[in-house]
Design a protein around this ligand. Sequence first.
Ligand code: ZN
Length: 301
Amino acid sequence: MALRDSRAEAENRNGKTVKVPEGLWLKCNGCGEILYKKEIERNLYVCRKCRYHFRINARVRLSIVLDEGTFKEYDNTLKPSDPLKFEDLKVYSVRIKESWKASSSKDAVICGEGLIKRKRVLIGAFEFGFMGGSMGSVVGEKITRLFERGLDENHPVIIISSSGGARMQEGILSLMQMAKTSAAVARLKERGVPYISILTDPTTGGVTASFAMLGDLIIAEPKALIGFAGPRVIEQTIRQSLPDGFQRSEYLLEHGMVDLIVDRKDMRDTLSKVLDLLVPEVPAKSARGSSRSKKSPHAPN
Ligand SMILES: [Zn+2]
């Protein structure tokens, strides 16, 4: 679980040996406060003291923004293969099987459709717990299919990113997904179909360098790490120290890379308002009845 990872990281980062009781309590990575887990869950996994946004898994994310019970998953049978027979510390095929056991998904993104305040959207959310949300062939294909469905049906697409970048175990095949997904976004833009990109902690590497930064609207969660290479690599390359807050949402907003920073508790309302502005005629139909063959009323042709 992402929360367990966050907690372990907090302990490592601070180098402290504070023991947090299993199950009931969490240590905030932002302020170090020991928090009651149930209370954090009630607050959408955000610290009430310092607004630190814990990493959450894809299904929790979707449940926070979508109307209850409206999510319908697409392409959930697509599974990664190991065409390069890649091996680093572990064989790639073994890593994949371990990730299947630890995650509720067959790869690092979950795509589908659902309703936001009765407005239908096509939506994908990254599963950071699955190999660091890395983008290999399956992730690229699922994202591209979602964009293409948006194009076919003239429906807005939302992608919630949380990724370490391209999946090195798939070599060039993973790098090709950057071009493939970006080309699909370009086709959406040509047709004027809205695409909203939501960046959460962390969004880095090949995902940042492709579709995640190509949204018509780019929204970030507070203090999310967003960048291409990590700060240490950049410092070593340019031989200068980086400014405070570099590669965080607030810095990117100040420098025009992000349009809005939205707290998790406000994300659903914000998306609903944006959808009203961008596509006021989004039909309030059931997400359960697919309309792949039908044109929505606001189709331009
Ligand atoms: Zn805190």
